[in-house]
Design a protein around this ligand. Structure first.
Ligand code: SF4
Ligand code: SF4
Length: 71
């Protein structure tokens, strides 16, 4: 298992509009690709772009400028 760098952070868990992320150290449990895909498919049916990426956007490790973290 890879080491988690998340610590107490739960930003992506709380931000995911598809409820596809849960607070678990096990990567096989923490991300549910079916829920993510279902959210995107439903968004597309509603006429929205087939895109999300909120989890990547909000993560401090992927957005160092916003969260002012050192590299
Ligand atoms: S892309 Fe969107 S729906 Fe999928 S896991 Fe990330 S935040 Fe959730
Ligand atoms: S937003 Fe990034 S650092 Fe925070 S819990 Fe999610 S993956 Fe971990």
């Amino acid at each position: 298992m890879i080491n988690s760098l998340c610590g107490d952070c739960k930003l992506c868990v709380n931000a995911c509009p598809g409820n596809a992320i849960i607070d678990s150290l096990d990567p096989k449990k923490s991300y549910n690709p079916k829920k993510c895909a279902n959210f995107l498919i439903n968004r597309k049916k509603e006429g929205h772009p087939f895109a999300c990426g909120m989890c990547l956007y909000i993560c401090p490790y992927g957005n160092k400028n916003t969260y002012n973290l050192k590299k």
